[in-house]
Design a protein around this ligand. Structure first.
Ligand SMILES: NC(=O)c1ccc[n+]([C@@H]2O[C@H](COP(=O)([O-])OP(=O)(O)OC[C@H]3O[C@@H](n4cnc5c(N)ncnc54)[C@H](OP(=O)(O)O)[C@@H]3O)[C@@H](O)[C@H]2O)c1
Length: 258
C-alpha cells in the first residue's frame, strides 16, 4: 500500500483556499487528512465533504498551545506521512517603516515559527520516509513593496526548507517546498481589497483576476498533491517546486497522465 494511505497528512490552514482544496484532493486519492486552523466552522466545511477521511483540529499554529493541540491529535491517531505548512497571513500590509512590533511578531509567529516548532513537535510521529512540505511563494524571492513582513517571512520559510532538508535527511524525513502561483483564494480577495497607498502593486492582482488568469485552487491542489504523494524522495526535496516552471509542470502532466 502507498505510504500516504497508511499514515495521516496534516495540513495547516485547511479550512479555506489551497489548504481546503488539498485536503479534498488527498482524501479523494484515498489518503487520510487532519486539517488545522483557527476557525472551527471553516474546518467543518472541509471535513463535511469527506468525513470518513478528514479530521479537524482548531488550533492557532502561532501559539505553543495550538501546536500542542495538533501534536496531541496526531499522537492519538497514529503515524504521520506528511505535514503541509500551508497556514499563513498576509497582514500587516504597508510600509516596513510603520509596522508595529506586535503586528510584525504575530505574522512571523504564524508564517515562520508555526512551521518550525510544529515540525519539531511532529517529528516523533513522522513515519520513516515521511515528508514535510512548505508552501512558499514568489514573495520569498523578491521584494513587493508593502509586503515587507510577508516577503521576509516567506524568505525565512524558504531558508528553513533548505536547512531542515539537510538536517532531517539522515533521519529519513524529506523536506520540500512549493510555489503555488497566483491562486484564486480568500488571500487574493484580501490582496485585491488593499489600498494602493499600502500596497502599490495591487493593480496587477486586480487585473489578473479580471482577466481570469488566477490559478484555481483545485488545479494547484492537484500539483501540490502530486509533489507530496507521487515524486521520488530525492526529486521531492532537491529543488523548490514551482507551478510556473514549465519543465516541472510538464513532468507533472506527463506522470499524472500515466
Ligand atoms: N493565494 C495565492 O495567490 C498564494 C500565492 C503564493 C503563496 N500562497 C500561500 O498559499 C498558502 C495558502 O494560502 P491561501 O491563498 O489558500 O489563503 P487563505 O485562504 O487565506 O488560507 C490561509 C489559511 O491559513 C489559516 N491560518 C492563518 N493563520 C493561522 C494560524 N495562526 N493558525 C492556523 N491557521 C492559520 C487560515 O485559517 P484561519 O483563519 O481559520 O486560521 C486559512 O485557512 C499560504 O501559505 C500562502 O502564503 C498563496
Amino acid at each position: 500500500m502507498r505510504a500516504y494511505k497508511t499514515g495521516w497528512t496534516l495540513i495547516t490552514g485547511g479550512g479555506s483556499g489551497l489548504g481546503q482544496a488539498l485536503a479534498w484532493d488527498i482524501a479523494a486519492r484515498g489518503g487520510r487528512v487532519i486539517v488545522a486552523g483557527r476557525r472551527p466552522e471553516a474546518l467543518e466545511e472541509t471535513r463535511a465533504r469527506a468525513p470518513e477521511a478528514i479530521l479537524a483540529v482548531t488550533a492557532d499554529v502561532a501559539t505553543p498551545q495550538g501546536r500542542d493541540a495538533v501534536a496531541q491529535i496526531v499522537q492519538d491517531r497514529g503515524p504521520l506521512y506528511g505535514v503541509v505548512h500551508n497556514a499563513a497571513v498576509l497582514d500587516p500590509v504597508g510600509p516596513l517603516a510603520e509596522v508595529s512590533p506586535e503586528d510584525w511578531r504575530y505574522q512571523q509567529a504564524v508564517n515562520v515559527e508555526g512551521p518550525l516548532f510544529l515540525t519539531q513537535a511532529l517529528l516523533p510521529h513522522l513515519m520513516h520516509g515521511g515528508r514535510i512540505l512548505h508552501i512558499s511563494s514568489g514573495a520569498a524571492h523578491r521584494c513587493l513593496v508593502g509586503w515587507g513582513g510577508y516577503c521576509s517571512s516567506k524568505a525565512a520559510l524558504y531558508m528553513l526548507y533548505l536547512c531542515l532538508r539537510e538536517e532531517l535527511a539522515p533521519r529519513g524525513v524529506h523536506v520540500g517546498s512549493v510555489r503555488p502561483g497566483v491562486v484564486d483564494t480568500p488571500m487574493q480577495t484580501r490582496i485585491r481589497a488593499t489600498d494602493a497607498s499600502r500596497f502599490p502593486g495591487v493593480e496587477r492582482f486586480r487585473r489578473l483576476k479580471a482577466e481570469g488568469q488566477l490559478e484555481s485552487s483545485e488545479r494547484v491542489a492537484d500539483f501540490v498533491s502530486w509533489v507530496l504523494l507521487d515524486t521520488g524522495d530525492r526529486q521531492f526535496s532537491e529543488e523548490e517546486w514551482d507551478i510556473g516552471n514549465e519543465a516541472q509542470t510538464r513532468l507533472w502532466r506527463d506522470t499524472r497522465a500515466l
